[in-house]
Structure formats: structure tokens, C-alpha cells
Design a protein around this ligand. Structure first.
Ligand SMILES: [Zn+2]
Length: 427
């Protein structure tokens, strides 16, 4: 991909209207474009990052025996009337079709998944199982903020598990907990904690949130340094901040919720009459768990935590391109030809590569490279052509590159780049 053909508009200088560092970088780098208040178009750059995050999530959900499905965004109101939530969720968008049918735009999919599972589930032998999807949702939030942190339309991974016993759900809950820890680390997120949360209007008894600690976060988190207990503001007296477990004074920090896990129990299977034949021959309601991740919000969280003044700092798994090739002198034919050849060889080997052979100042090229933030930057110049080498620079958020080579030979760059990609991807 040539940088001049990339359908992305990068901005120079200060960005107006952005409230946080991550939001500013997302606009400046042209990752997102606000289509309406709370609704964003992801540019080719933003979509590459989001797809990379989706793939990490997919791999980790499959690793805990998740099965991917796809449910509709719009749902007939009947299912929501059955669960009793049609009139209780303020952000639920309802509309009536020309045939007089009432519909909702799904802000979450418990009703639809229970309807689906009721068409499949017959006996206890089929459980446990988990199904998940990665899909757009819409909530009519009163306010939207900070780019992709709180939007009205958003991409979410939502997963639902079905069990015979609470003990079996508890066991699966722990597996999902571990999978979340792993996948957020793979995304390059570092400073996050797991806090107990209230189950709210979802029914059930236990729930936890994964919270990235950051001053711009809109959630309040209470941390007990005495016993290690952590919870959100629903589970503690906010005035006194006394730990409900040990009675010590808790510390208060701000966070962005990047994921949540719920032990739902039988709230939906009972209200929507989902049953199976148990081993003793009786009809029972399965016990459910649900597990969410805001995919766009994960990108926003990485931007908040890891960007610097010049742009984002992705890691090898999330970066929109693995390699950025820069021909430093856009007038020198030898430089341009070598940069083009390096780009073509990398692309032919399946490596996501962007090429900058434009005839502009080096400073502008480097500024753009910082905003695209490929972890490996290869620089071709008339000076290093003479020495038969390519200069290498790194930009990566979860790897110490201080001892990595600062040049590759022109003859063996392909092997070197492949090795470096593996090293930076911790493989
Ligand atoms: Zn405590």
C-alpha cells in the first residue's frame, strides 16, 4: 500500500473537539471520523486495528471452546416483552415497521441468544457450551464522550454460556476470566484491574469488570490495599470508602471499563422458559453466564494508555501495518527503486507493509510514520544505500527494543524482518 493512496486524512497541529489524549490521537491519525454524535466511521487504519483486536478476541474465545455465531441487530419486540425488559431499559431504541410490527435495535443479545438456544438445547448432555458473536450494537445513550470510549453505536463481542450447575458455571467463569486477562495483555493493555461489580438489572449473583486505570476514565473504582479487594462504586459506601471485606479505608481511582463478566443464573432461561431434560428426567432451566468486550473501546483504551505526543504506540498484534518503508529522498531513483522493491518483497511474503516514496520533507514522513505507528520502520537513503544497509527503527508498546539491531543488510532484510516480527510478537 502506498501512503498517498491510503484513504485516511491525517491532521497537522492541534486537534479541536477532542477531550482526551487518546481521542486526539485517533482524530489526528485519521483512525476515526465522527459520522454523528456517538457514531463513528472507522477509516482503513482504524478498521485494521479493530480487526486485529477482533482476531485476538476470537482466538482466545475459541481457545475456551467458544463457538462463533451471528445474531440479527434488529429484533421483534415480543422476545423483549417475554424477558420483561421491553419497558425497563431507557436506552432501548424501539420502532414500528410499516406492517405494524414492533421492533427493537439490540443493545445486548440475551433475549435473542435464549431464543436461538431454545431451538437447539434438548438434554443436559449438550452442556456446557458457549456461543459468542462480534457485532454492532446501538444504545440511545444520553451522552457520548471521548471518541470511541462511550459511543451510541459500537462493536461488541458478547458471549453466553449455558450450564447445568452453578459449580460448572463458576468453573467456566474462571476460564473466561483467565482468557480476558490474556487477550487484553495481547492487545498491549497493561494497567488494568478486575473489580467486583453489581449485577444490576441483569439478574444473577456475581459480576466483575475489567477496568483500565486512567485519569480520564469515567468510572470510579475502589481498591483496598489492605486485603486486595477491588470493586466499583455500586458495592461500597462512596462517602466513607470503607472496604466491605476488611474494614480498611479504600483508595479511589478512575477507570475505563474494557470488559465484563456476569454469572446471570436463570433470569433469562426462566422468564423466557428455556428448558432442557435433566439426567433425572425432569425439565430444568439452564444456568447462564455472559461475557462482554467493547471492541472499539479496547482500541480507545490502548490509545489512552500507550500513545505518546507523536501518535499511537501499538504492538505487533494490533498495529495497522507491521512495516513502514520510507524512501528518504523522493527524487533519487535508486532510493525509490530500492524502497519499492523492499515493499513489494514484504507484501509478496504476506507482511502488511506501507510505502512512503513521496517527494516531501523527511520530517513530514516521520511525523506520518509516528501516526501510523508500524512497529518496524525501514529507512532507505542515499547514505545507507552506499553501505548496502537499511536503517531500522522500532515503535512498539510491550517490548524493550533497546538491544535490537538498528540496521539490516539489503541482501537479507526479508529474513531479518520475518525474525523481528516473530520476536516483537513474543513468538
Ligand atoms: Zn479490604
Amino acid at each position: 500500500m502506498k501512503i498517498e493512496n491510503l484513504c485516511v486524512r491525517r491532521l497537522i497541529g492541534d486537534v479541536s473537539g477532542a477531550t482526551t489524549r487518546g481521542h486526539k490521537i485517533a482524530i489526528k491519525g485519521g483512525y476515526i471520523h465522527q459520522t454523528f454524535q456517538g457514531g463513528y466511521t472507522l477509516s482503513p487504519l482504524g478498521w485494521r486495528v479493530v480487526k486485529n483486536i477482533e482476531n485476538i478476541i476470537r482466538e482466545e474465545m475459541n481457545a475456551i471452546d467458544g463457538q462463533e455465531i451471528l445474531m440479527p441487530v434488529v429484533c421483534g419486540a415480543d422476545l423483549w416483552r417475554q424477558s420483561g425488559r421491553y419497558d425497563t431499559i431507557d436506552s432501548l431504541v424501539k420502532f414500528t415497521g410499516r406492517n405494524g410490527t414492533d421492533y427493537v435495535i439490540s443493545p445486548t443479545h440475551e433475549e435473542i441468544v435464549v431464543d436461538f438456544v431454545s431451538s437447539v438445547l434438548e438434554t443436559y448432555r449438550q452442556m456446557p457450551f458457549m456461543v459468542y458473536q462480534i457485532q454492532g450494537k446501538f444504545r440511545d445513550e444520553l451522552r457520548a464522550r471521548a471518541g470511541l470510549v462511550r459511543t451510541r453505536e459500537f462493536i461488541m463481542k458478547d458471549a453466553y454460556s449455558f450450564h447445568e450447575t452453578w459449580a460448572n458455571l463458576e468453573k467456566y467463569y474462571q476460564r473466561c476470566w483467565a482468557a480476558y486477562n490474556k487477550l487484553f495483555r495481547r492487545c498491549g493493555l497493561k494497567n488494568f484491574v478486575i473489580v467486583e461489580s453489581s449485577t444490576g438489572d441483569m439478574g444473577g449473583k456475581i459480576a466483575h469488570e475489567f477496568q483500565l486505570i486512567t485519569d480520564m476514565g469515567e468510572d470510579t473504582i475502589f481498591i483496598c490495599d489492605e486485603c486486595g479487594y477491588k470493586c466499583n462504586k455500586e458495592l461500597v459506601d462512596n462517602e466513607t470508602a470503607i472496604c466491605p471485606k476488611c474494614g480498611a479505608k479504600m483508595r479511589v481511582v478512575r477507570g475505563i471499563e474494557i470488559g465484563n463478566i456476569f454469572q446471570l443464573g436463570t433470569f433469562y432461561s426462566k422468564s423466557m422458559n428455556l428448558t432442557y431434560t435433566a439426567s433425572d428426567g425432569t425439565q430444568k432451566h439452564p444456568i447462564m453466564g455472559c461475557y462482554g468486550i467493547g471492541v472499539g473501546r479496547a482500541m480507545a483504551a490502548i490509545l489512552e494508555e500507550s500513545s505518546d505526543d507523536n501518535g499511537p504506540v501499538w504492538n505487533m498484534e494490533t498495529a495497522p501495518f507491521a512495516v513502514h518503508v520510507i524512501g528518504l529522498n523522493g527524487k533519487d531513483m535508486r532510493v525509490m527503486e530500492l524502497a519499492q522493491r523492499i515493499h513489494d518483497d514484504l507484501v509478496a511474503n504476506g507482511i502488511e507493509t506501507i510505502l512512503d516514496n513521496r517527494d516531501i520533507r523527511a520530517g513530514e514522513k516521520f511525523a506520518d510514520a509516528d501516526l501510523i505507528a508500524a512497529p518496524i520502520r525501514l529507512i532507505v537513503s542515499d547514505k545507507n544505500i552506499k553501505e548496502n544497509v537499511i536503517e531500522v527503527k522500532y515503535r512498539v508498546n510491550d517490548f524493550d527494543t533497546s538491544n535490537m539491531p538498528n540496521q539490516f543488510g539489503v541482501s537479507d532484510f526479508l529474513t531479518k524482518v520475518k525474525d523481528t516480527i516473530c520476536t516483537l510478537a513474543h513468538k
